[in-house]
Design a protein around this ligand. Structure first.
Ligand code: RUQ
Ligand code: CUA
Length: 657
């Protein structure tokens, strides 16, 4: 039924149409009138683990086994968009009450993650990942500095796709994995302490875009290599794009070491895992393998890749790979001998040009590939994939959803919700109806909700599990235009909360939520699935715990000292300490408080040092005392009525002569 040549639009037309649309959308909006005044290195290449991984190696082993008028542009018809604006449904959470869900938001090129409560949309905290953070001291204390150093020494990253670790297809609350698109890295966040505990710089890959864990049990974390480059990228084949390669990488979720990679044709974009541990589906573009936008949109098809994970593992086991920078690289290109037999390692499924995302629905039966340039979503039947000789025959549906479909999410009641970047809408459709319907049909469309404006990702509660919770959905809109008070030319994004309920036509826009650039994606977990500790447990990691009696200064070399110091309300274990000009000072601090929420800070003026020490935590900084003088150390976290008086002095004696 589904002829894979149908429903293809000329990509250049679509791009032109998109730009015209965007222009008209932009001119529709009244711009606000300006007023008159106008870890620890394990010695593995590219891998660094925080000290707290010493604990994790053991502990984890057991646990893991529109502008409203935009619809008049007629993106796809299929009914009028809902015009709602926070009418009936209340998303507020009363003072003192907790949210029902944790939302983990990627912070894009801010490099951080943000934790936001659902449904209140209150920001609960931020977790620095690829950035440094002077509030917590991440990137300033010795271990976190080392973590960033060992994973490439970059000062920023571009985090896009947060993924929660799974056991039996459900979130287990252990870890979150997120990619760095800019530098080809994958980071892990420990959800017991809400801190980044490992970053791996995946060899042979420049940009990792798609990132997913293998369902149901997090056997691997996968990274999609987006940019094609020479392999290895060591100066060879500089201007020979034909010999560039894109890779798909498998990383071990515990050791965070790269296990193997697969070479493919075209550029990889986003990926998602099937639910049974066999398939990972990756969207792809630029099958032309060009280096310019004109070249990348020359043809009218691209191939989505279906990676057969057990078949790839078998190829690795059989030694069918070449080793590049210590990593087994398996050939998964179309012409590879490994793709010719009965069990190809990668199936190439033709779709309309430059699709964007892939999301697998909760039952694991279908993968939804949003068309981007095509106004359709291509539905791939994962159960048919193993049988079909021609992978195109695994395409079982292609509803017409509207202009610029980018991402799809699910409510667990047989519905899919697709974001429309150009139409600025979230469109709800019926999955089975779309499989039954003729290709290009708008019949399966149930409801449209205008969003403001130009959404990318869209996420519903627990949508990546086998049992989503429905009820709420967030549309992560790229442009906010007129929605907030003007704050200068760099405007916030707008994450909109939409109530989707459980019934048929219930979409209702409930809240606008400005976001600092630039969230890409998010993932939501019920609060009962996350077990965050409120006080550090020194048993969880190996390090020196300083007691009050042990506070003191120890000379460890001619030009080095070790200063040990406790913190409590409202004093440091040492009222002062003396070092020599030129000394390398290692300062170890333990917060001996056992009560939650009593955090102390250690700030040393003119030494670029400030960090937090939470209850029962120990942190360390190493620096050079290179200017003689008196330096007041003060506490940066308001901890008691005498917080202002919580002080110590570092006395740096002038060097002799
Ligand atoms: S991407 S707006 Cu990095 Cu997830 Cu689709
Ligand atoms: Cu300790 Cu303020």
């Amino acid at each position: 039924m589904h002829d894979d040549t149908a429903e293809v639009r000329d990509p250049t037309d679509v791009v032109d149409e998109y730009e015209e649309t965007l222009d008209s959308v932009l001119s529709d909006v009244d711009a606000p009138e300006p007023d008159g005044d106008g870890g620890v290195s394990l010695g593995l290449p590219g891998l660094s683990l925080n000290r707290r991984d010493f604990m994790k190696a053991g502990v984890a082993a057991g646990a893991m086994g529109a502008v409203a008028g935009c619809s008049s542009l007629n993106g796809g018809g299929g009914g009028q968009a809902t015009e709602s604006g926070g009418g009936g449904v209340d998303h507020s959470v009363a003072p003192g009450e907790h949210d029902e869900y944790y939302g983990f938001w990627s912070g894009g090129h801010s490099g951080e993650l943000r934790v936001i409560g659902i449904p209140s949309m209150r920001e609960l905290t931020r977790i620095p990942v690829f950035n440094t953070d002077c509030a917590s001291g991440y990137g300033y204390t010795d271990d976190t500095k080392q973590l960033l150093e060992d994973s490439g020494g970059y000062s920023w990253g571009d985090n896009h796709h947060p993924n929660l670790s799974e056991t039996d297809g459900d979130y287990d609350g252990e870890y979150l994995y997120v990619n760095d698109k800019a530098n080809g890295r994958i980071a892990r966040v420990n959800l017991t302490y809400f801190e980044t505990d490992a970053i791996t710089d995946v060899p042979n890959m420049q940009a990792i875009h798609g990132c997913t864990v293998l369902s149901p049990d997090t056997k691997y974390v996968f990274g999609n290599g987006e940019f094609r480059a020479p392999l290895p990228n060591d100066g060879r084949d500089l201007d020979d794009p034909d010999s560039y390669t894109a890779l798909f990488a498998a990383v071990d979720p515990e050791s965070m070491e790269t296990q193997w990679q697969v070479k493919v044709d075209g550029n990889l974009d986003i990926n998602d895992s099937g639910k049974e541990g066999r398939w990972v589906i990756a969207s792809a573009y630029n099958s032309e393998e060009a280096t310019s936008i004109q070249g990348m949109t020359r043809d009218d098809r691209d191939d989505v890749k279906a990676f057969d994970i057990p078949a790839i593992e078998q190829a690795v086991e059989n030694g069918n790979y070449e080793e590049v920078n210590g990593i087994p690289v398996v050939d998964g290109t179309k012409e590879s001998p490994l793709n010719q037999g009965d069990r190809p390692i990668v199936k190439y499924i033709p779709t309309p040009k430059s699709p964007h995302c892939v999301e697998v629905e909760p039952n694991g039966d279908y993968a939804m590939v949003a068309g981007k340039l095509s106004p359709t979503v291509t539905i791939i039947d994962l159960n048919k994939l193993p049988e079909v000789e021609n992978p195109a025959d695994a395409v079982v549906g292609r509803p017409r959803v509207g202009l610029g479909p980018l991402h799809t999410t699910f409510d667990g009641n047989g519905h899919a919700y697709t974001s429309l970047f150009i139409d600025s809408q979230a469109v709800k459709w019926d999955i089975e109806a779309a499989v039954e319907a003729e290709e290009g049909s708008e019949e399966p469309i149930i409801e449209r909700q205008d969003v403001h404006y130009n959404p990318g990702h869209i996420q519903a509660l627990e949508a990546m599990t086998t049992d989503p919770d429905g009820e709420w959905l967030v549309s992560l809109n790229k442009l906010s235009k007129d929605r907030f008070l003007p704050v200068g030319p760099i405007m916030p994004d707008n994450d909109q909360l939409i109530h989707i309920g459980q019934g048929e036509k219930e979409m209702e826009l409930v809240a606008d939520h400005p976001a600092y650039p630039e969230p890409h994606d998010c993932v939501f977990a019920h609060k009962d699935k996350i077990d965050a500790k409120k006080v550090y447990d020194p048993e969880d990691y190996e390090e020196t715990y300083i007691t009050e009696e042990a506070s003191g200064v120890e000379r460890t070399g001619e030009n080095s000292v070790h200063v040990k110091m406790t913190t409590k309300r409202s004093e440091y274990g040492l009222p002062d300490f003396t070092v020599q000009e030129g000394d390398e000072v290692r300062l170890t601090t333990t917060n001996i408080e056992g009560i939650q929420d009593i955090i102390h800070g250690v700030a040393i003026p003119e030494h670029d040092i400030n960090y937090a020490v939470a209850p029962q935590d120990t942190r360390e900084v190493t620096f050079t005392a290179d200017e003689p003088g008196v330096y007041w150390i003060y506490c940066t976290f308001f901890c008691s009525a005498l917080h202002l008086e919580m002080r110590s002095r570092m006395l740096v004696e002038p060097a002799e002569g």
